[in-house]
Design a protein around this ligand. Structure first.
Ligand SMILES: [Zn+2]
Length: 288
């Protein structure tokens, strides 16, 4: 399931193909994904130029010359692939793929000028797309109330400490709360807690300022490292599945049940517990 770093990798991968290009025609192959497509979806996109590609939490935001923004969420299995038929200019060759994995799950096909074709493929259809006027973004329900981006200046030990101060919930749940910090999912929360030596069970309000500082640094670092790994793995896509944004990081806690803890000088083992219905991986020896 794509988390923030994967979505950021997709954004960076799509940028050279989309930025500045006009959308000529959009094929919409079904009425809905997780939600129905917006009314007149294809007509509203046609003839619009892509002026900017942004990301907020796990949402891709395509700023269009029509004054609208196309918001896209990848859900569990959504991915974009890029094809070029002729003269597309400076696309990285590694990201140009002859054919997607299974065309029957190509739900939206964007035909752009210069022969660039972008396919949205999503076997499980938990993804969705929305269109809204860019100047009304402050009223878009998906985006309102989101906390700061973990790798932005708005996120720090101070802001995190304030957000945790009155919370009785376990820190694992607090970090998954999108109002505290935007875009963190299960995997990177486990990794950040492991790295900062904080138990996922710890009551949020008992984390003092110094440890909140350390935790904020760990959150930022795991996200930035994953984004960097994604950037370098873009080169491998052609030889793997041809999609953008799916790469396996090596995690230090996540998915390592019963394996030795990788914290220096710790002789503990990683264990798996279930919190709010989701797996948490942590080491009870060095995470307190
Ligand atoms: Zn440990």
């Amino acid at each position: 399931m794509p988390e923030l770093p994967e979505v950021e990798t997709v954004r960076r991968g799509l940028t050279p193909a989309l930025l500045g290009r006009k959308i000529l025609r959009v094929e919409q192959n079904r009425p809905n994904l997780r939600f129905p497509f917006p009314d007149d979806f294809s007509a509203r996109l046609s003839a619009a130029r892509v002026e900017q590609l942004d990301r907020r939490a796990k949402y891709l935001l395509l700023r269009l010359s029509s004054g609208e923004t196309l918001l896209s969420h990848l859900g569990m299995s959504g991915r974009f692939t890029i094809e070029t038929t002729r003269g597309a200019g400076p696309l990285p060759e590694d990201m140009v793929h002859a054919a997607p994995a299974n065309p029957k799950h190509d739900h939206v096909v964007f035909n752009l000028e210069d022969g660039v074709i972008i396919r949205y493929n999503d076997p499980r259809r938990f993804g969705f797309m929305e269109l809204y006027p860019t100047d009304a973004e402050s009223q878009v329900s998906y985006l309102t109330g989101l906390g700061p981006e973990p790798n932005s200046n708005g996120f720090s030990g101070v802001t995190l400490g304030e957000a945790l101060r009155d919370k009785r919930s376990p820190i694992k749940s607090a970090l998954l709360d999108q109002r505290v910090v935007a875009g963190l999912g299960n995997i990177y929360v486990c990794e950040a807690l492991h790295r900062s030596g904080i138990s996922p069970r710890r009551e949020s309000r008992t984390i003092p300022g110094k440890r909140a500082e350390r935790l904020a640094v760990a959150v930022r670092d795991v996200i930035n490292e994953a984004i960097e790994a994604g950037g370098s793995s873009l080169k491998d896509f052609a030889s793997t599945d041809g999609g953008l944004g799916y790469f396996q990081h090596r995690f230090r806690a996540y998915g390592r049940e019963n394996e030795s803890c990788l914290t220096p000088r710790c002789d503990g083992r990683v264990q798996r517990i279930v919190q709010s219905g989701r797996s948490t991986f942590y080491c009870a020896t060095c995470q307190r």
